[in-house]
Design a protein around this ligand. Structure first.
Ligand code: HPA
Ligand code: ZN
Length: 340
């Protein structure tokens, strides 16, 4: 790819809507925090840990991801983790982020819900003030755990209702369909939360139908497999239901080993509201810009198509209409004025 397209992507205003904060844990910071908390990692060095980042499927990744998150103990750890992410994406012209955190990954280990969320919220506040990045927080239920467990987590989240915009569903998809969480999602909706679910990453198109019709989600995370079902694809386009795609994640987890075969282009042809994000960038080899570049290179996207994807990111966000319009006009002005 030519340098000018790289430059175009780097300067483009972007919104990150599919990002697990625990997935931004870079090995250097992981070792630093492990040491100050007196925790021992299974790996001797940063290099050894990085070498382990080779995955045949989602579960192999999740095993390492939960292990890494295990060294996060103090409020300060969650603050440092979140701040490092915000500083990183600030250099990439990311203007707005909607971040997932997995409360159960921490409460299961005896860490208080408040320790986790207070650290994340303090960093988000600082990110707004110092870096000008607007943000929202989403709590995700771990789908390999029971619905009862998700109910308990929802209960804890209610104490922070005004600071959490929505709930999500992540972790091991196969065998844990959205239908398992129908009641807890209904309750979350009643409480005023927006709803999202990972669906159709490794799981079948039917799981996307369940997320739509049983959970009544506002957004689908991944959704790659929708193209297996023409009726579903048409329905997603009709509803303008956003799919938050993560190309480097798909490559690394063998969901789509060769990005030249990535479903994104077909989705755009079908008028599906597809967007690009980074998922777990510390593990998958790149943040927002790297995801845009890898996709643009593999699918031979034009500058107009790339700008359209950046616009989709803001359109699919939970920003209020006025803020959305401002970002959209920034993207359009940037694309119109760009010179190589
Ligand atoms: N899929 C499902 N669960 C996750 C992921 C993912 O890509 N990242 C963190 N939790
Ligand atoms: Zn994800």
């Amino acid at each position: 790819m030519n340098d000018s397209l790289h430059k175009f992507i780097a300067g483009l205003p972007k919104a990150e809507l599919h990002l697990h904060i625990e997935g931004t844990f870079e090995p250097e910071l992981m070792f630093e925090i492990a040491e100050r908390n007196g925790k021992k990692l299974k790996y001797a060095s940063v290099e050894d840990l990085r070498k382990a980042y080779s995955f045949n499927n989602l579960q192999e990744f999740l095993d390492i991801y939960y292990e890494g998150a295990g060294v996060l103990i103090e409020e300060r750890d969650f603050y440092d983790l979140t701040m490092a992410y915000l500083r990183k994406v600030h250099t990439e012209n990311v203007r707005h982020v909607e971040i997932f955190f997995d409360p159960q990954t921490h409460t299961e280990r005896g860490i208080a819900f408040s320790t986790v969320i207070d650290g994340i919220l303090r960093a988000l506040e600082e990110g707004r003030e110092e870096l000008g990045i607007t943000s929202e927080l989403i709590m995700s239920f771990l789908r390999h755990l029971s619905e009862e467990d998700a109910f308990k987590t929802l209960e804890e989240g209610l104490k922070y209702k005004d600071r959490i915009i929505g709930v999500g569903l992540d972790s091991s998809e196969l065998g844990n369909p959205p239908s398992k969480f129908e009641r807890v999602f209904a309750k979350a909706r009643e409480e005023g939360f927006l709803l999202m679910a990972h669906a159709g990453e490794e799981g079948p198109a039917d799981y996307i139908w369940e997320a739509l019709n049983l959970l009544n989600v506002d957004r689908i995370d991944h959704g790659n497999r929708c193209l297996d079902d023409d009726v579903l694809s048409a329905e997603l386009a009709r509803r303008q239901m956003a799919l938050t795609l993560c190309p480097l994640s798909n490559k690394k987890l063998q969901v789509c080993p060769d990005l030249r075969n990535h479903p994104l282009r077909k989705m755009l042809e079908k008028n599906i509201l597809a967007t690009i994000h980074s998922d777990d960038p510390a593990y998958f080899g790149g943040y927002m810009n790297a995801n845009f570049i890898a996709t643009a290179e593999a699918l031979d996207l034009t500058r107009e198509e790339i700008a359209h994807l950046a616009e989709n990111g803001f359109k699919a966000s939970f920003l209020l209409d006025e803020a959305k319009e401002e970002h959209l006009s920034d993207v359009r002005a940037y694309a119109a004025d760009f010179s190589e």
